[in-house]
Design a protein around this ligand. Structure first.
Ligand code: FAD
Length: 533
């Protein structure tokens, strides 16, 4: 009998060894789907965490509830090196592997951004087992895992009398998920978005390398990853800037029927000295009678006048403000709030206020979540549309959209508030409109699953499309926040002059386009040499 040649013998030996490793490693694998051609190579990876090949359906869903792309596996990493091992393995296989990798934070994307069709989804929350380290000192900060939820960071930092400076409206989102977008709320005019409040990151790139980066170290990767839609690396750790946390919050709402007065006051407040700590606003369209939703749990300054106020179907604009304070400074805070309110021109009978703890204020959306969950209205399609609109065009926008394209706001809130560009770092990957001040307008609709009426998905999607078409035809210079496009040409238009830099960063840090395929910007490359564009 002839012996096989040496190189073949080596391969056979490797195969036998692999089989043993498969038997060994499968101890930590929950239910293997043997149909997928990609699995044998994954099974052999030496990990501290594990893959799950069967229970993958939840990773094919997100908050948007409109896209369902099944991965072949979900990885539950225990360590950063588990993630690096996975990506390095795919990188080493080059074009032979068609696997992609999506980090999944809390899966609160709106259009499949944290999904990976036939790829691997990395459940970042598995990394949460690593502790939150809080550093007190002149410039306090917290070191957290990329899979940490902001709500948990709040609870932990409060033990030291500290808290992050910049927030999102809802805290059951992960650090990696919001830093991949921007992370904005009513504090952004003061501190910038969350991506302006990061000291350092640890990132696993699309080459499987684990890299620390900051303003002073690997700064191109640092800026690229912030707002980078997960394209250049998986954020495994972040160092988040903190500030002294207040004990309580005075929370105030007032109404306007005049959009010019509303925006003038919002813009005045975001540039005033000693102003509020939080400024947002929302739109109320086509509601009649005594308005209640907008002021539940708020007390009117003048109950008699407030009860007499009727909206009469007018389009109204609610300005929402919050002032942080400690109990021993209540009197001074009240004086400051009165002074600030005296400079505004809202409808006087519509002044409502409330006092809550800092945690109650920051975690306010969770209260609505609980209510919606209890009536089965949380896990429904969410065809959200978030836009950044230049200040110079906000009146044209309002005229064309509020009360015309959008004829009622019963499907969900429509937020509107200004932010200042000077608080954003233009080296990051986020795309902003022109001008020193721009507005976030967020259409946060929920659709009734089986409805074909105005609360149905189709109707809301058509409305979103009309809004986008109007912005385009009126040349408003609008940019999408949490952008969603399906064609690369559309991404190119979105990025505009920044597209070249974005592509260059992609070819440096993830040249095979392994990462975040759910964003649909790049397709996995066929060779080691370049990004598929
Ligand atoms: P996922 O949806 O899991 O992931 C989002 C994207 O980031 C995906 O492409 C994913 O692959 C990538 N990603 C996830 N983790 C990492 C990581 N560690 N490293 C690299 N890439 C990663 N946004 C605001 O700015 N302000 C708000 O006030 C706000 N409020 C919201 C309220 C609700 C109820 C919801 C559902 C969303 C809200 N958002 C808000 C949007 C939210 O910030 C984004 O949808 C965010 O991406 C969700 O975070 P996540 O942890 O669920 O990320």
């Amino acid at each position: 009998m002839r012996h096989p040649p040496a190189h073949l013998l080596k391969k056979i030996n490797m195969y036998i060894m692999n089989c043993f490793m498969v038997m060994f490693v499968s101890c930590v694998i929950v239910g293997v789907n043997l149909d997928s051609p990609n699995l044998p190579s994954l099974i052999t990876l030496p990990l501290e965490g594990h893959f799950n090949f069967h229970e993958v359906q939840h990773a094919a869903r997100d908050f948007g509830n409109r896209y369902q792309l099944l991965p072949v596996a979900v990885m539950h990493p225990k360590t950063v090196s588990d993630i690096a091992t996975l990506i390095k393995h795919i990188w080493d296989n080059g074009p032979r592997s068609d696997l992609t990798v999506a980090a999944r934070g809390h899966g609160h994307s709106l259009a499949g951004q944290s999904q990976a069709h036939r790829g691997v989804v990395v459940n970042m929350e598995s990394l949460k087992q690593q502790e939150i380290h809080v550093y007190t000192g002149e410039v306090p900060y917290a070191d957290v895992s990329g899979g940490e939820l902001w709500i948990d960071i709040l609870h932990e930092t409060l033990k030291y009398g500290l808290a992050p400076r910049s927030w999102t409206d809802y805290l059951y989102l992960t650090v990696g998920g919001t830093l991949s977008n921007a992370g904005i709320s009513g504090q952004a005019f003061r501190h910038g978005p969350q991506i302006s409040n990061v000291r350092q990151l640890e990132v696993v790139t699309g080459r499987g390398e684990t890299v620390k980066c900051s303003e002073n170290q690997n700064d191109d990767l640092f800026h690229g990853v912030l707002g980078g839609l997960g394209q250049f690396g998986i954020i495994t750790h972040a160092s988040i800037l903190l500030e002294a946390a207040p004990e309580r919050v005075k929370w105030v709402r007032v109404l306007y029927s005049d959009f010019t007065a509303f925006t003038r006051d919002q813009e005045h407040l975001i540039s005033a000295e000693n102003t509020f700590n939080y400024i947002e606003g929302f739109v109320i369209i086509n509601r009649t009678g005594v308005l209640n939703n907008w002021r539940l749990s708020f007390s009117p300054k003048d109950p008699v006048e407030a009860n007499e106020f009727k909206s009469d179907g007018r389009t109204l604009f609610c300005l929402e403000m919050a002032k942080y304070f400690n109990l021993d400074k209540t009197e001074i805070m009240n004086q400051e709030v009165d002074m600030l309110l005296s400079e505004l021109s809202y409808i006087s009978s519509t002044l409502f206020a409330s006092e809550v703890t800092y945690t109650e204020f920051l975690d306010r959306v969770h209260v609505s979540e609980m209510v919606l969950r209890s009536i089965d209205k949380w896990d429904v399609p969410h065809p959200w549309l978030n836009l950044f609109i230049p200040k110079s065009k906000i009146h044209d926008f309002a005229q064309g959209v509020f009360g015309d394209i959008l004829t009622e706001t019963s499907n969900g809130p429509v937020l509107i508030y200004p932010v200042t560009r000077s608080k954003w770092d233009n080296r990051t990957s986020v795309v902003l409109p022109e001008g020193q001040i721009f507005y976030l307008v967020a259409f946060l609709a929920s659709a009734v699953p089986s409805s074909t009426g105005i609360d149905g998905l189709e109707h809301i999607l058509v409305q979103n499309k009309r809004i986008l078409e109007f912005c385009e035809s009126a040349n408003l210079g609008v940019k999408q926040y949490l952008p969603h496009y399906t064609k690369q040409e559309e991404w190119q238009v979105h990025f505009g002059p920044h597209w070249e830099k974005f592509v260059q960063r992609k070819s440096t840090y993830d040249p095979l386009a392994i990462l975040a395929p759910g964003q649909r910007i790049f397709q996995k490359a066929k060779s080691h040499s370049s990004v598929a564009i």
